[in-house]
Design a protein around this ligand. Sequence first.
Ligand code: SF4
Length: 189
Amino acid sequence: MTLEEKVNAVNEVFEKLDARIEAFQANTALHCKPGCGKCCYKPDIEASVLEFLPFALHLYKHHLAEQWLEKLESKNDPLCLILNPTQAGAGLCSEYTHRGLICRLFGYSARTNKYGKKELVTCQVIKTEQAESYREANEKIESGLDIPVMNQVYMQLHAIDFELAQKSYPINRAIRHAIETVLHYYAYR
Ligand code: SF4
């Protein structure tokens, strides 16, 4: 697979996932508190290189890859570099279209417990401030409501490029490696 084909394949996984999450939200009324973004401020968010390959290719095509690489190399704190709380009325993620897999999954996906039962993985804000909808969502999941299962979606990325998908890095390092991967690809084609 060429790099462009990999990016298309990742975007396809993301599009299908986003549609499932949208349907899940519509069926449960669970939603993010406007302007929240509390989960984005966690200092230990990890991601794989592959999930940021679409973002890296986007930067390369817009001649921004080197500039971003410099920003990432000089950044010392662990907060995600694409988090931007200063955009009026535009959410907290400055690159929402190109956000990573964990940013899409968290809040509205499930893990499978040791009994094979799906458990909603969400935040404290939703659990406490939308307690009734949260309880109902769990009941609906138990009755068969579709919800993306985290490790199944990760497996879809593994199938695209195992090397770039299997290892997790702190989020800024994952973005940096994704940009380096793209620059390296175009330098040696
Ligand atoms: S998932 Fe929870 S913590 Fe994150 S933005 Fe939504 S409501 Fe806030």
